[in-house]
Ligand binder design. Structure first.
Ligand SMILES: Nc1nc2c(ncn2[C@@H]2O[C@H](COP(=O)(O)OP(=O)(O)OP(=O)(O)O)[C@@H](O)[C@H]2O)c(=O)[nH]1
Length: 361
């Protein structure tokens, strides 16, 4: 038999936001990235040192590129990786560093008889950019295209028909193919992990039957909105309880009872929309957070909600009503105390005959 939960609760669809995925992907690859940039910086220092042992043209420029500019860019990436607020700058450097390394290589070596000794740096650079830089595919592709445009222009200027260059092109092509394939496969894996993680986080925050936030998530949203609200004007909450819900179960059964809870939740969601947050506190008790609402405004909203509920035709059971307790947040009050006060107001509403709004100062 299908469970009530799976019957009513549609699987959430997550916005596959590229920006957020890229941020998450870069963040989760930081440990690898830190090792890579650190060792690559060391490698360049060694590279620069070895070049000083050989009689090569552009000796000063070689030192400048291989001992100063590239290692410093890499170490800056390493440093920035500890500050999430600088991720954009770090990504820019992650694109800039390999491109500048390739362009420097071409500037220093193309046309010289020893070019073949230096060209492996370009092949490795392409693979590094695609697979180790932590860049998502589109950024890595952009960086490699910039590097390759330089390679092709330089190669063309220095003898496009030189058959020895065909080998060079072959290795570039191979590096691109290996890099593209690995990067795409890796990105697919990361994306699926990301979506799984979003789904997990979502299902840990919602009530399984109604899809409303659960108590823990509501507490989190309360703290979050309280900090954001800068709402010195007021912050109020509503506690709602469906009146005489037990007879619904007794008379029509639990499945119908569940359907009423789902329909009731949808109504609350529609009415609250962007004004605040709605959660289920268990059973037929619900809570609404209204940041920016004074007690008076919250009372008016609760009254509007009470009327809407009493005018709604619930499937199978017809008309149902709800009682509502309203409370305004007092400075430095804990969520638990606020909830207790709103609960008290709710039970006063019940005691006074149900289908009514009761507030408490
Ligand atoms: N179908 C269904 N019933 C639930 C669920 N959670 C709690 N209930 C039922 O909700 C009913 C709550 O009943 P009571 O707390 O006695 O209150 P009431 O009958 O609504 O009366 P008042 O609140 O005093 O107006 C109980 O019968 C619970 O079994 C649920 O997830 N699904």
């Amino acid at each position: 038999m299908t469970s009530a939960t799976s019957m009513y609760n549609a699987k959430p669809v997550f916005a596959d936001s590229n920006k957020e995925f890229e941020q998450w992907s870069l963040q989760s690859r930081l440990p690898q990235l830190r090792y890579m940039v650190f060792f690559t910086a060391l490698l360049y220092l060694l590279y620069g040192y070895f070049e000083t042992l050989i009689d090569l043209p552009y000796a000063n420029q070689r030192l400048l590129f291989h001992v100063v500019i590239i290692p410093l860019s890499l170490l800056l990436i390493y440093r920035l990786s500890f500050y999430p607020q600088y991720f954009k700058q770090m990504r820019l450097l992650l694109v800039f560093a390999p491109v500048s390394a390739v362009w420097a290589n071409l500037y220093l070596n193309v046309g010289s008889s020893s070019f073949s000794h230096f060209s492996p740096e370009i092949y490795l650079n392409i693979i590094w950019t695609f697979t180790m830089s932590g860049l998502t595919f589109r950024y890595a592709l952009f960086a490699v295209c910039c590097s390759l445009s330089g390679t092709l222009v330089m190669s063309y200027l220095h003898g496009p028909n030189d058959p020895k260059l065909y080998l060079h092109y072959l290795w570039i092509l191979s590096a691109c193919v290996f890099g593209v394939v690995s990067s795409i496969v890796l990105e697919r894996m990361m994306r699926s992990l990301y979506l799984q993680q979003l789904e997990l986080a979502h299902s840990a925050s919602v009530d399984g039957l109604t899809g409303l936030w659960n108590r823990e998530k509501l507490l989190q949203l309360f703290n979050q909105t309280l900090n954001e609200a800068s709402s010195k004007a007021g912050y109020s909450i509503l506690m709602l309880d469906i009146d005489h819900f037990k007879p619904v179960n007794d008379q029509f059964g639990h499945i119908v009872g569940d359907k009423v809870l789902v329909q009731f939740s949808q109504l609350l969601k529609q009415q609250v929309h962007k004004l605040g947050h709605v959660g289920r506190f268990g059973g037929e008790e619900f809570c609404i957070l209204l940041p920016h609402y004074t007690l008076h405004q919250a009372e008016q909203f609760a009254e509007h909600l009470r009327i809407k509920i009493s005018e709604t035709e619930f499937e199978t059971v017809g008309v149902k009503t709800a009682s509502i307790g309203v409370c305004q947040y007092a400075p430095n009050e804990s969520f638990e105390t606020l909830i207790t006060r709103a609960d008290k107001a709710l039970y006063m509403a019940k005691d006074q005959g149900r289908n009514r709004v009761q507030s408490l100062n």
